[in-house]
Design a protein around this ligand. Sequence first.
Ligand code: NAD
Length: 479
Amino acid sequence: MTRQADMFINGQSAAPSSGEYLDSENPADGSIVAKVARGTQQDVDKAARAAQAASEVWADISPFERGKLMEKLAVAIEQNLEPLAQLDSREMGNPIGLARLAIQGSADYFHYYGGLATSVLGDTIPITSDKLVYNRYEPYGVVGVITPWNGPLNQACRSCAPALAVGNSVVLKPSEYTSLSSLELAKLATEVGFPDGVFNVVTGLGNEVGAPLVEHPLVEKVAFTGSVATGQAIAEIAAKKVMPVTLELGGKSPNIVFEDANLEAAAPMVLFGFVANTGQICTSGTRVLVQRSIFDQFSAMIAEAANHFPIGLDKEFPTLGPMANRMQFEKVLGFFESAKQQGATCLAGGEQATGPGLDQGLYIKPTIYTDVTPDMRVVREEIFGPVGVLIPFDTEEEAIQIANDTEYGLSSGVWTQNASRAHRVAAKIKAGTVYINTYHDFSIEAPMGGYKKSGLGREKGVAALHDYLQLKNVTMQLI
Ligand code: NAD
């Protein structure tokens, strides 16, 4: 029988007021994984009220005790690592090896921010001896968190852990494609002792749950991860409410390979930079800039690696899973069509992957285009599939100019053995992250976020804590 998943509000499961459920489909074989509650504005209201009622209690628990609860939740996630990884893998189609890593990362967010809960101090500001002036850093109250489908539990924890650590309560709205692990997280939080209402999950569609969550008067801050278009819609509502938002949006990140790079090390990692998670990573290094003197050699190396990259969930990780949903699959095929029409040369892939074990799924071959021009859609737009373009350049200045010729600014890479050049280029690239001689080298301690249209604010690291706090100044005249 198909599993039916209800929402989680105020410490307990809650059926949707609509009485309706949405199908969650496994992209590897088209089977229905679960029927997921189709939440409504009414459900959002219930969750926001519960969160608001809980927020003062939660903010009043000492940071040390909050940190201990966060740590307990981290351990509970680890104890449930396998079932949580299975849920994410079945709903979004990522290889189980990758899903396990992502769930460990989810637990790590709670370890890390639990440990940092006591690190939020105040400041005293010396003015004159007859005044006491100090700053307090206070939680907002209710934080709305909205996540996409390409790293389900991991992205939820990336925003929820820092928000909770500093004393906010949370209403989480996961992607309608991948809700199950977030619902399990809410149950685990209650089991380990989080007070009812501190962590709530309302599932459903963007316009039926996401927008009402952003609009809700009790929600005082929103952390959103997803597309630019949705981020802009959220920012418009936030502007009317005068509410802060963290926006983690899309990218079209450059990965620059200089002629003095270690090409043997670079080729597989540059490929990994745009095929990892089937290219469904916001930080994917999809524009590969290669110095002209090594262009042919490097193109041949990376095309060879792409043509031999394993595809299918029956292979050992690292392997390529299917696209996470049909909409995304069709979108990538549309980009292949436009590349053909606009005259790009396909060096590898450029089509659906078929064959034993693949025919029922939404599989795409690792794809590389060359002979591209700056106006082509495959060069300018975020594809969110395993697709990279190779662009030649002659000088360091030209590489920087091409790298920055985008409306995005999320991530980037530089491959060179010249340390001065590496740091010179790192300083000139307009992006929130620069990797040197590595890529997708994620760590919780390193903050991430966007320049330009890639976003606002930062997630991860100590920096993120301050995006979930507001500052109050207190001035007292000593009389
Ligand atoms: P999306 O914007 O379509 O949806 C993201 C979430 O927003 C979903 O939960 C969706 O239901 C909800 N939503 C949709 N319309 C809404 C509305 N009007 N109001 C409020 N919520 C609404 O994005 P997606 O297709 O799920 O994810 C892919 C995008 O996410 C890509 O552009 C990718 O680059 C980006 N992304 C960014 C990061 C990052 O950290 N910067 C990480 C992962 C994904």
